[in-house]
Structure formats: structure tokens, C-alpha cells
Design a protein around this ligand. Structure first.
Ligand code: BGC
Length: 357
């Protein structure tokens, strides 16, 4: 594997805290937390690269973080059972300090997709290592997460871009579905099949318009996060007609070389995201279009700086150029290196290598 590949693996390993946590980015102050979503894809990239011990340490960190908040979770289940009103602050957070504590600043903390990701990541870790006994190390948090998701999957919450918390997002449902479906093989809880059917029904009823998936229920816009519906969360096959139509729309409206998040995105002006471009490449690899997957890989590789670091987004064909400076003034230049970008690059590069035989 090439230099960028080696550098990416080393970067992920070196950035991991001794207790297993991965800060999203060490140089970007706002991202010094560990997100379940970013962390799972980082751990998965390490699993695919043979670094199973590091991946396992991350999942054990998640287990620790969830167990740290069991009292809060019990309160939530109790309120639910008693039919009491539940507020956004009653739910588990999507990111924690490296010690597993909640952040204190204002944030869209309620995001279910990271919990689906966690279940998926652990199932993949067990599949890739062949070590079923790993489940014993994380079983408490896995059981609690299954209960959490099968109970609250339908509640509106922030999407993976940490926005629009009053909506239900097909991408988030995909992560919940993918996580529950993957873990069911190891933890066959009866509520899971029921929830999977209910999610499918909800998606069919509210998640599809004009033959493709929509950004959120009631909002027909497009979002590159809809790739999750097939890769990796397998709600639908990559070559199924709804997915193909969705990807056509992503290509048409969101690809300018790299892949943008959604047409209305003005975060840092709405640039092209490295992790999304690798993700679209991963989609094409699974769909059998290796030529397109390789083009996208080449675009990703071209974004690395002299040190081999990949940013969160690049200023390519900004959707709202006038908004860029506003964000730089607020938070500084876009995060670089962003660990999730390196992780998605590794996943795509490895997948293409596997498919080349
Ligand atoms: C992104 C999230 C991500 C977080 C940390 C946010 O800007 O929208 O998807 O988890 O950064 O990388």
C-alpha cells in the first residue's frame, strides 16, 4: 500500500487515547470530543487494516462511556414506561469527552445514528476477527443500545451533520437499521426483527419521493448521507432502483469532482467533503463500478497535503462562497487532519485492493 495509506493508519493509531477514544481532530478545538459515528468508522478502517487491537479498544471505550450514563438511560426508560414527557436532554449524547463525560456547551447532542454505527462496528469487528468472545467485553452497552434504539428509533433527532433535530432522517434510520440487523446475528433479541420491519415501512411510506430517497421525511431535497441506505447499512442493495436513482441525483447535484453534503449546505461555504467522496467510491465499489470508484479514490488522494493530511472539506465549487470566512472567523480553518476522512480513505483503498484480488 502507498505512503498515504501507511500515514493514515499511523495517524489513527497515534491519535488514539490510551483508553481507546479517538478525538475527531486534535488540531480543531471544537472537535476534541470523541464521536460514536466518527470513531466507529475509524475503528472499522483499523479493523480492515488488520489493527484489531486498536479497534477493539475503541469499542471498549464506547462501552465504558455508555455505562457511565446508565443512570440517565434508566431515567429515560422509566419516563417512557410511565408515559411522561421526554425532552431532548433526556437522551444519550452522540459524543463525549475522552473520559466519557458529556460536553457542556450548546450542541445538537441527540443523534441516534452513532448508536446504530456502534452496533454495526462491533458486529463487523467480531466478523473480521472471528472472535465471538469479544461480545462479553461490551455486552452491557450492546444490550442497552439495542433497547435504546428499538424503543426510540422513530423519534426525530439531529442527523449525522448534527442538524435539523426536529426531523426524521432516512440516513439515520439506515444506521439504526444497519446496526440492529448486523448485531442480531450475535445478540438475537426479539425486538430487533420487529423494529427492522417498522423502519422499512416508515422508509417506504415517508422516505421515498420521485423514485429516490429524500433528505428527511417531508423534505424532498437530496443528501449524500443517503448513501448509508445501501453502503454500509444494507437497507437496500446498491443496484436496487431506488438507490440507483438516489445516487444519480447525488451525482447530478452534489458532485463537482469531490462530493458536497446537500444543496443548501453553507457550513464553511458548503465545500466538497473528503469522507463523502471516499464513501461514494465505496458505494461504487460495492455496486461493481470499479472505474468510478477509482476516480473518486484519486480525487481523495489528491487532497492530501505535503504531510499526507486530509481535511474535512476543501473549497472546491463552494455552494455559498460568501459564508466561508464567517466560519473561519468563528472556528478557524476547516479541520485537518480529520480522522474520519482518513478512515473513509482507508476503507475505500482497502476495498478496491480486495476487489482487485
Ligand atoms: C460533522 C459530523 C462529525 C463532526 C466531527 C461535524 O461537523 O457534521 O458529522 O461527526 O463534525 O467530525
Amino acid at each position: 500500500m502507498n505512503k498515504l495509506y501507511q500515514h493514515s493508519v499511523q495517524l489513527l493509531l497515534q491519535t488514539q487515547a490510551p483508553n481507546g477514544a479517538f478525538p475527531a481532530s486534535t488540531v480543531f478545538t471544537v472537535y476534541r470530543y470523541c464521536w460514536l459515528r466518527d470513531g466507529t468508522f475509524i475503528a472499522h478502517a483499523l479493523d480492515k487494516s488488520g489493527e484489531h487491537a486498536a479497534a477493539g479498544r475503541f469499542f471498549q471505550w464506547v462501552d465504558m462511556a455508555i455505562r457511565k450514563h446508565l443512570a440517565k438511560l434508566n431515567q429515560l426508560f422509566l419516563k417512557h414506561q410511565n408515559g411522561e414527557p421526554i425532552g431532548k436532554d433526556d437522551f444519550l449524547h452522540t459524543r463525549f469527552t475522552l473520559d466519557g463525560d458529556e460536553g457542556t456547551e450548546e450542541w445538537g447532542n441527540f443523534q441516534l445514528d452513532g448508536y446504530g454505527a456502534y452496533l454495526w462496528g462491533v458486529a463487523e469487528h467480531i466478523r473480521l476477527t472471528g472472535d465471538d468472545s469479544f461480545l462479553m467485553k461490551v455486552h452491557r452497552s450492546i444490550e442497552e443500545t439495542i433497547r435504546y434504539l428499538t424503543t426510540f428509533w422513530h423519534v426525530p433527532n439531529h442527523d449525522c451533520w448534527e442538524e435539523f433535530g426536529d426531523r426524521v432522517h432516512p440516513s439515520t434510520l439506515a444506521a439504526v437499521f444497519g446496526g440492529l440487523q448486523a448485531i442480531y446475528r450475535y445478540v438475537p433479541v426479539v425486538q430487533i426483527p420487529r423494529t427492522l420491519s417498522a423502519i422499512r415501512e416508515a422508509l417506504q411510506e415517508h422516505g421515498v419521493q420521485n423514485g429516490r430517497f429524500v433528505k428527511s421525511f417531508g423534505n424532498p431535497s437530496i443528501d449524500a448521507n443517503l448513501l448509508w441506505l445501501s453502503v454500509p447499512y444494507k437497507v437496500v442493495p446498491p443496484n436496487g432502483h431506488i438507490m440507483v436513482r438516489t445516487v444519480e441525483e447525488i451525482e447530478h447535484r452534489l458532485v463537482t469532482g469531490g462530493v458536497h453534503r446537500y444543496p443548501e449546505d453553507s457550513f464553511y461555504g458548503g465545500g466538497a467533503w473528503v469522507l463523502l467522496t471516499a464513501w461514494l467510491g465505496w458505494y461504487y465499489a460495492e455496486a461493481g463500478n470499479l472505474q468510478r470508484a477509482k476516480e473518486l479514490l484519486a480525487w481523495v488522494e489528491a487532497q492530501a497535503d505535503d504531510q499526507g493530511n486530509l481535511p474535512e472539506q476543501v473549497q472546491e465549487s463552494l455552494f455559498f462562497p460568501e459564508k466561508y470566512q464567517e466560519w473561519v472567523d468563528r472556528w478557524g480553518e476547516p479541520a485537518k487532519p480529520l480522522l474520519w476522512s482518513h478512515a473513509m480513505y482507508l476503507i475505500l483503498a482497502k476495498r478496491l485492493q480486495e476487489l482487485a484480488g
